[in-house]
Design a protein around this ligand. Structure first.
Ligand SMILES: N[C@@H](CCC(=O)N[C@@H](CS)C(=O)NCC(=O)O)C(=O)O
Length: 206
């Protein structure tokens, strides 16, 4: 299972039933060569000593590229967009659009994900919403709805890696019946649009 690499090929530790599906889609978008290493949750391989040496959190997705370990789904997606600029999935550093791009990547990780988990896990509402970075699930959805209303993508006409991340989260949330998403035209259309991409289809079937 331990399979670090200093070659140009990305070593991609994954399991299809995990957040690694989001990174998988991104790998397909960049078309860069990668090698999948399945981590079997049934066998608890994510907590095996060899894997913990690579990612001490024992979590997926994890990639190793040119000897560097990258963990955290949003970081992996952002890293791949920059490492393979020919795919055109991120505004260049210095481009003002880079600000919006970062905004939505960080919003996905820092606001949408915890708000979604609060809702799906039926955690009691927080008492001091003001001190909670993501405010509430309702605030997060309303913000995303506004961001996607102009469309077709988060940054307007240009599909970016931020759409891979937010689009994956929305797709996951809809699949698991998160409230107030399915049936909302803006979300339905956006998810259908991003999931129609060939790279998404390859990742979901391969
Ligand atoms: N913050 C991490 C979370 C990764 C994570 O929790 N992955 C889950 C699968 S979706 C995992 O590997 N769980 C295995 C475990 O904790 O044993 C990210 O955004 O990538």
């Amino acid at each position: 299972m331990s399979d670090e690499s200093t070659s140009d090929d990305i070593v991609f530790y994954w399991n299809p039933r995990s957040r690694a599906a989001m990174a998988h889609w991104m790998q397909e978008e960049t078309a860069a060569p990668y090698r999948k290493v399945l981590i079997d949750f049934e066998k608890n391989e994510q907590k095996a000593p060899d894997f913990l040496k690579i990612n001490p959190m024992g979590k997926l997705p994890t990639i190793v590229h040119r000897g560097t370990v990258v963990t955290e789904t949003a970081a992996i997606i952002a890293y791949l967009a920059d490492a393979f600029p020919q795919a055109g999935l991120a505004p260049a550093p210095g481009d003002a659009q880079r600000g919006a791009y970062y905004r939505w990547l960080f919003f996905g990780a820092g606001c949408f994900e915890p708000a979604l988990l609060d809702t799906m896990m039926k955690r009691p509402p927080v008492e001091r919403k003001m001190a909670v970075g993501w405010g509430s699930y309702e605030d997060v959805l309303s913000t995303l709805k506004t961001a996607l209303t102009t469309g077709p993508y988060l940054l307007g006409d240009k599909f970016t890696a931020a759409d891979v991340y937010i689009g994956s989260e929305l797709g996951w949330a809809m699949m698991f019946g998160a409230p107030n998403l399915k049936g909302e035209k803006v979300f339905d259309d956006y998810v259908a649009r991003v999931q129609a991409r060939p790279a998404y289809k390859r990742a979901s079937t391969g």
